[in-house]
Write a protein that binds this ligand. Structure first.
Ligand code: FAD
Length: 290
């Protein structure tokens, strides 16, 4: 299967989706049906997140392998190092290699809800840069490695300059590209890219786009991940928050405007947080691709 680095060498822009592993068998079957529909939109790749713990973790690789084997589309497996020992990570990477998965998003992750006080010990990785270095050291160039980037700074590191310096360490440790956290003010993304370029980071920074479909969920989610919700979003979505259809309509409209502005100003593509749904990402992608 193609590595994302090869795709980036050929294409100025990529369009991609992110899914998460369903927890139940019914959810898993629904997800497979959604993947079939998403594949018809010809994305450049589809990524799948890695659970904070429990049984859904292996599912990530099942889903990525399914995407690759059934639709011949590159898949990206997210991998978090929280709650894993180095030996476990090595075994997981070996398993990925055997399955033909050669694109990985290397993350630290967060301690799971049932073990919120988990702290890394000598057998664990503390930061994602250590995971990047580990992958490169043990697997050479087999994997294209992506990392998470935070245009507004990570919630635990709101000093944007410092957070950008940490991002540079991830790249210097072997990462090839960056997928950004969601954001709604495009200037935050452009400033972030410029900050990284000033530090000598030339890797692609692919903007992560969350289509807004539910105002209350959005507020809760952004509080948890530290993304700023601009006043414009409150003004647009609060008045229609109890009307799902109008929320969806306005969510599509907002995302299309956000995506067009990003592409018009040089963003190297779009990565959609599809949340395991075809709609609205199909409508948004169709509109922005023209
Ligand atoms: C695109 C994307 C995909 C994601 N996918 C998943 C997923 O699949 N599963 C999941 O559980 N979570 C996922 N997350 C969430 C992510 O795991 C959390 O945001 C987590 O808190 C940070 O992960 P990280 O890889 O950025 O960690 P790190 O890069 O390790 O950073 C963690 C914190 O430490 C700081 N830091 C980084 N490097 C250093 C250093 N060298 N020295 C000191 N401090 C440092 C950072 O500023 C930050 O505050 C995703 C996030 C994004 C943006």
């Amino acid at each position: 299967m193609k590595k994302l680095t090869d795709i980036f060498a050929d294409k100025e822009r990529t369009f991609s989706f992110e899914l998460f592993p369903a927890k139940t068998e019914k959810g898993y079957q629904n997800l497979l049906a959604t993947i079939a529909e998403l594949a018809t939109l010809n994305p450049d790749y589809i990524s799948c997140t890695y659970g904070a713990g429990g049984g859904s973790r292996e599912r990530t690789f099942d889903i990525v392998q399914h995407i690759q084997d059934t639709y011949h589309l590159p898949g990206v497996a997210h991998l978090t190092c929280v709650c894993h020992t180095r030996d476990e990570i090595k075994a997981i990477l070996h398993n990925m290699q055997e399955r033909g998965i050669c694109n990985v998003l290397a993350l630290r992750g967060d301690p799971p809800r049932d073990n919120p006080d988990w702290q890394p010990g000598p057998d664990n990785f503390q930061y994602s840069c250590e995971l990047c270095a580990f992958i490169r050291h043990h697997y050479g160039d087999f994997f294209a490695i992506g990392v998470a980037g935070f245009p507004e700074g990570h919630i635990l590191c709101p000093d944007r300059e410092q957070d950008a310096r940490y991002l540079k360490i991830k790249i210097d440790s072997g990462a090839d590209f960056v997928t950004s956290q969601l954001f709604f003010n495009n200037q935050d993304y452009f400033d972030y890219v410029e900050r990284l370029r000033r530090l000598g980071v030339n890797a692609r920074v692919i903007p992560g786009i969350l289509p807004i479909t539910n105002y209350d969920n959005l507020i809760r989610f952004c509080q948890n991940c530290g993304t700023t919700v601009p006043q414009e979003i409150h003004d647009i979505f609060r008045p229609v928050k109890d009307d799902p259809e109008r929320s969806l309509e306005k969510g599509i409209d907002f995302a299309v405007r956000q995506c067009r502005d990003l592409l018009d100003h040089g963003a190297p593509g779009l990565h959609f947080y599809a949340l395991n749904k075809l709609h609205p990402v199909d409508a948004i992608l169709t509109a922005v691709r023209g």
